[in-house]
Design a protein around this ligand. Structure first.
Ligand SMILES: Nc1ncnc2c1ncn2[C@@H]1O[C@H](COP(=O)(O)OP(=O)(O)OP(=O)(O)O)[C@@H](O)[C@H]1O
Ligand SMILES: [Mg+2]
Length: 312
């Protein structure tokens, strides 16, 4: 007959999909009972009505049913008390209970911002595609949709669940292995954003520092277009960020892209390259938006043309 310790060891393989750690490590298992081949246990969730119950149920079954002499596994759910949530927050922050200013990602995490001079050039598409590509390469990847005015990443990636708040910490929803956070999750869909200046900076700062990313190799940031307040604040709040500037082939787009690149450098980001999108029509090769914008931008900002080698 299986022992209590063997059950606890098996439960170490049950991972909270959003927090990315085991239910044992997170202290979520309660009332473990073992009687005549029947195991009963309760998992304390961070929020009531957590959409991930099915995942826990399935993972617990998978972990415990193969154990010797186990005929039945019964999982119940409960919700953590405010004190338990506070303890969990401290644990996830690595013992640091206080909030630190700036973004809370590990020093080893690469922060890659996708910027542009004007809107609609394909920043969000590039961000979403890079995220998918990095995930496929086995990198632990997060996407931060920082486009306060036109957030579109949740929609592009098909994320419908909202982030959960644990104590003062916001846990990003996951899609497969990808973690996604959008400022759009916190805004009313049909209300235009009218934050300005210092208030916007404070809101962004709080938003960035409250999000719990866990361990990431790469954090992609979909920046708002242009060189407005948000871009300046983000430049200051994203430490050691690298920037790729996206443009389309027209001269008008390229000129504003140069300004965005210069601003990124002024706020301490490292410019790693330029990317030309919508270069020509696939099939006919017709250059419907003109030609040369990407090359001109790369020359103007002294960027490396082999940006993709560096990104990968
Ligand atoms: N290479 C491409 N070929 C065809 N369509 C594209 C391409 N790149 C982007 N698009 C389309 O162009 C539109 C704008 O792209 P996207 O939303 O990625 O740009 P953006 O720079 O993020 O815009 P915004 O400034 O509004 O956030 C989208 O409808 C997208 O599907
Ligand atoms: Mg966009």
């Amino acid at each position: 007959m299986v022992s209590r310790d063997e059950i606890l060891v098996a439960l170490e393989g049950v991972i909270d999909p959003e927090l990315g750690r085991s239910v044992i490590e997170l202290d979520m298992v309660r009332d473990l009972k073992l009687e005549d081949g029947r195991i009963a246990l309760t998992i304390a969730l961070t929020v009531p009505g957590c959409p991930l119950r099915a995942s826990f149920q399935e993972q617990v079954d998978r972990a415990l049913l193969p154990l010797g002499g186990v005929a039945e596994v019964v999982v119940s759910f409960d919700v953590m008390t405010p004190e338990e949530k506070a303890a969990l927050t401290t644990k996830l922050r690595g013992g640091v209970a206080e909030r630190t200013p700036g973004i809370s990602v590990d020093a080893k995490t690469r922060v890659l911002a996708v910027a542009s001079g004007k809107g609609g050039v394909g920043k969000s598409s590039l961000t979403a595609n890079l995220a998918a590509a990095f995930t496929r390469l086995g990198r632990r990847t997060g996407v931060l949709d920082a486009d306060v005015y036109g957030y579109s990443i949740p929609h592009m990636l098909g994320i419908h669940q909202r982030p959960i708040a644990v104590d003062q910490m916001i846990v990003p929803p996951v899609r497969g292995d990808l973690k996604v956070m959008s400022i759009g999750f916190f805004l009313d869909e049909n209300t235009p954003v009218m934050w300005r200046g210092p208030m916007l900076h404070r809101a962004l700062e709080q938003f960035l520092s409250d999000v719990h990313w866990g361990e990431l190799d790469t954090l992609l940031v979909d920046m708002p277009p242009g060189t407005g307040d948000v871009s300046i604040s983000l430049g200051q709040l994203l430490p050691r960020a690298e920037v790729v500037v996206v443009t389309t082939p027209q001269p008008a787009a390229q000129q504003v892209a140069v300004r965005a690149a210069q601003m990124a450098q002024k706020t301490g980001m490292r410019l790693i390259g330029a990317l030309e999108n919508m270069s020509h029509l696939v099939g006919t090769g017709e250059e419907i938006f003109g030609t040369g914008g990407g090359d001109d931008l790369a020359a103007a900002i002294d960027a490396d043309e082999t940006v993709f080698d560096e990104i990968a």
